[in-house]
Design a protein around this ligand. Structure first.
Ligand SMILES: [Zn+2]
Length: 533
């Protein structure tokens, strides 16, 4: 007698191999049988006739670190069949936390935009894991450790090079997080304070990383320039000099002058791979990105953290310098400003709530000022927290990345739940739809990927990359993380205008052997764990 028996389904097992008919049995937190199980009995029998049974999806790139602390349910992910989120991306992690209270506060401030105000109560990855595991979470998390957090703990959020002694200390702090089970190191090289580290600093950290075989260097790169994918080349250099595997986060061509060059980018990646670098990447199936507007401000203006940035915006002379720098240098790595392509998606200040859903041209028109002034006014009044969506990508480039054999799927989104503290603002639809969109739009509707290939890029391929031994495939003995979907109906519903819409077509989700969703509804059972490498 099994705990759960899934009968009559077609198994897509996460390896990329062709689908096959099989029943799947679960006992405790494990898959205990896969095959024809006629006559078997179970406490709960799930009829999967006409449906596809897959491994629970592993989202390679997320920012759910604190959203599941704020609201453990994580229904935006469960309803997409996601059972594990990789967290700690883009250099940003809620650990390690500095002993110095002021530095700890700057770290908390820097992560506020992701989940609002949440209780922390830990100072390390170990403490974070203990806290979330005892709280209970709806999905598993596979944590990286972030460069910004490490740098912030050792030398604060100041815009200056790290001394040799500080770099040694950062290496020790990194080693502790790796000892505690971090799956790799992430950088966010357009996001201070990670952005304040130069190539040599990241190479030094990655030399520590190299002592932990298979742990990844996950790079949100320094960005592209009109001269080409220079940020990607820096990541390659870091990987080669330190001897670590490189994973490129949220691959995209963002500079409008380089749109259409995704094929050249991947040719360059293939060339370096053939030369011996172990390199992969992830992409999400949208032609827009999202982050804090702070990314658009000069790095020097962000030294010291968010509240220092706001103080500079309040000082007329400093604000004028910020404005002049932004006009002269463009957005991020020098992309041209297209204010109509920047959509305001979340503000905290209720006086500016009307701005949510507007682009900066529209906002500027309501105020009778230039778009850059509307943006800086809002940034100042919102105390540096404003989130925006950047329509700086093309569908064609995205599809080139999605199809490439070294690419897996990573939403760059977070586990959110409608009606709770995380279901606020107008976030990017990727939070609710990325995985379902791959299965519906890019597998069924457009035929960009086969079902087996898409599932592989969202489960087994990610597990292999992370070095996860016991989940990511449907196989006897592995952790029972499973999803059952209807390939004819699986659909994402979240849009930029109306993002808080759950995906549909995934009716049953099992996390560590427990039914987290059944008959299309979450059960409220929180069996997720913070995993360890
Ligand atoms: Zn990023």
């Amino acid at each position: 007698m099994f705990d759960i028996l899934i009968t009559g389904g077609t198994v897509v097992d996460g390896t990329g191999a062709p689908a096959y008919r099989a029943d799947v049995a679960v006992q405790g937190d494990r898959i205990v049988a896969v095959g024809t199980l006629d006559g078997a009995t179970a406490v709960q029998v799930v009829d999967a006739s006409g449906k596809i049974v897959t491994p629970g999806f592993i989202d390679m790139h997320t920012h759910s670190d604190l959203t599941v602390r704020a609201d453990a349910r994580g229904w935006s992910k469960l309803r997409q069949g996601v059972t594990t989120d990789v967290v700690g991306n883009c250099g940003m992690t809620p650990y390690p936390v500095a002993h110095d209270p002021a530095r700890a506060q700057v770290l908390r401030e820097s992560l506020f935009a992701i989940a609002g105000e949440v209780p922390w109560g830990w100072d390390s990855l170990h403490g974070y894991r203990e806290t979330l595991n005892s709280q209970g979470i709806g999905i598993n998390l596979a944590p990286l450790v972030g460069h910004s957090a490490i740098r912030g703990a050792v030398l604060g959020f100041d815009d200056r090079p790290a001394t040799a002694g500080e770099q040694d200390e950062m290496g020790r702090v990194l080693a502790r997080a790796l000892d505690e089970g971090a799956f790799g190191l992430s950088t966010g090289l357009t996001l201070p304070p990670s952005a304040y580290g130069d190539t040599d600093e990241v190479v030094n950290l990655c030399r520590t990383l190299a002592r932990y075989r298979g742990r990844l260097y996950c790079s949100h790169t320094r960005g592209d320039t009109v001269a080409g994918p220079t940020g990607m080349r820096e990541a390659f250099e870091i990987g080669q000099r330190a001897g670590v595997p490189v994973h490129l986060a949220h691959m995209a061509v963002n500079d409008p002058r380089r749109w259409g060059s995704a094929g050249e980018v991947m040719d360059e990646l293939d060339t370096i791979a053939i030369a011996g670098l172990d390199v992969t990447g992830d992409v999400y199936p949208y032609a827009a990105s999202s982050s804090g507007f702070s990314q658009c401000l000069p790095w020097w203006a962000q030294s010291g953290g968010r509240l220092d940035t706001v103080a500079r915006l309040k000082d007329p002379a400093t604000r004028a310098r910020i404005r002049a720098d932004m006009e002269a240098n463009g957005l991020l790595a020098g992309w041209p400003w297209h204010w109509d392509r920047l959509l305001i998606c979340r503000v905290e200040n209720p006086d500016w709530a009307h701005a949510e859903g507007m682009n900066f041209l529209e906002l500027a028109a309501t105020r009778g000022v230039a778009p850059i002034d509307a943006a800086l006014d809002l940034m100042r009044d919102d105390e540096g927290r404003m989130q925006v969506i950047f329509f700086y990508r093309t569908e064609e480039d995205m599809q080139v990345f999605l199809r490439h054999p070294r690419i897996m799927v990573g939403s760059d989104g977070s586990a959110l739940t409608v009606g709770g503290p995380t279901g606020v603002g107008r976030p990017h639809p990727r939070n609710y739809g990325a995985t379902a969109r791959v299965l519906g739009r890019y597998v069924r509707d457009l035929g960009v990927l086969t079902l087996e290939d898409a599932v592989h890029r969202m489960s087994g391929k990610v597990a292999t990359r992370l070095g996860l031994q016991d989940r990511g495939w449907i196989r006897t003995g592995l952790a029972a993380d499973l999803a059952i979907l209807d390939p004819g109906t699986v659909t994402d519903h979240a849009t930029f205008a109306d993002p808080h819409q759950y995906a549909s077509g995934i009716d049953t989700v099992i996390v560590n052997g427990a039914l987290a969703m059944t008959r299309g509804e979450p059960t409220g059972i929180h069996r997720g764990r913070v995993l360890a490498a």
